[in-house]
Write a protein that binds this ligand. Structure first.
Ligand SMILES: C[S@@+](CC[C@H](N)C(=O)[O-])C[C@H]1O[C@@H](n2cnc3c(N)ncnc32)[C@H](O)[C@@H]1O
Length: 241
């Protein structure tokens, strides 16, 4: 099957990759501000917590897959001063922002695709993916690539929005996603459709048990999950076994 969903639409995998790349190239200037406004700053706490949760000792190379403007890498860098951190992203403009924000000889920037990662087999101990996975054109391929490049016992820390949130939140959260987020996108980023996609992509994403199944099917063991804000965002930890 060469089709996938882009928000509410069904598109070809190749088309989704282009649409997503263009979308993030277009919003890169307002991306950080928009995240603060939309999540009331919560995304900062979740990303910090992701890095706090990592229990891998002295990884020599860390891949921050779909690293965007470098929020997670910033924390990784503080925790793992001796490690090489690769910020890897499909959008050149997002990568450029991360280069402006964090400059260090231990950080490498790669503009590339998660579905075909330019790194050798069994070469890494640690991968982080923060709010990247649901944007990938071919999630299954990206997970296979993570498996290929990780050493046995290596881990993926994957933070993502989830539709598996508590039912109590549903009416408020749906209203917020449908009516508020796109409007903030229109006002601040001058891009309503990009933020409509953001809302739609959250609700059309896999429920957390389904997501775990895809990782399991590809050889990973899920040994932990942390739910934020009633499950609006979930940190899953997967290990290559
Ligand atoms: C919502 S942003 C998250 C950025 C950052 N990790 C964070 O937490 O702020 C999603 C990122 O995924 C990147 N992305 C989307 N599809 C990708 C793919 N197929 N391969 C690599 N990066 C991708 C986008 O360019 C964008 O920078």
């Amino acid at each position: 099957m060469n089709k996938t969903n882009f928000g509410k639409k069904i598109v070809k995998i190749k088309t989704k990759k282009e649409l997503v790349k263009n979308l993030f190239n277009n919003v890169s200037n307002q991306y950080d501000l928009m995240n603060d406004l939309m999540s009331f700053g919560l995304h900062r706490i979740w990303k910090r917590d992701l890095v706090k949760n990592i229990d891998v000792v002295s990884p020599s190379i860390i891949l921050d897959l779909a690293g965007g403007t470098g929020d997670v890498s910033k924390h990784l860098f503080k925790k793992y001063k001796e490690s090489t951190i690769i910020i890897y992203d499909l959008s050149y403009e997002m990568i450029k922002k991360s280069q402006e924000r964090i400059k260090n000889k231990n950080i490498i920037y790669i503009n590339g695709s998660a579905e075909l990662i330019a790194l050798p087999d069994n070469s890494l101990d640690l991968i982080t993916i923060s709010f990247g996975l649901r944007n990938f054109a071919n999630i299954d391929e990206a997970i296979k690539e993570c498996f290929r490049i990780l050493k046995f016992g290596g881990k993926v820390y994957c933070l993502e929005f989830s539709p598996s949130y508590s039912k109590t939140f549903k009416p408020t959260y749906d209203f917020y996603c449908d009516n508020i987020i796109p409007k903030i996108g229109k006002l601040v980023a001058k891009n309503e459709s990009a933020y409509q996609y953001l809302s739609d992509s959250i609700r059309s994403f896999y429920l957390n048990p389904e997501l775990k199944n895809i990782f399991n099917k590809n050889g990973f063991f899920c040994y932990n999950d942390v739910k934020y804000f009633g499950g609006i965002a979930i940190l899953n930890v997967f290990s290559k076994v």
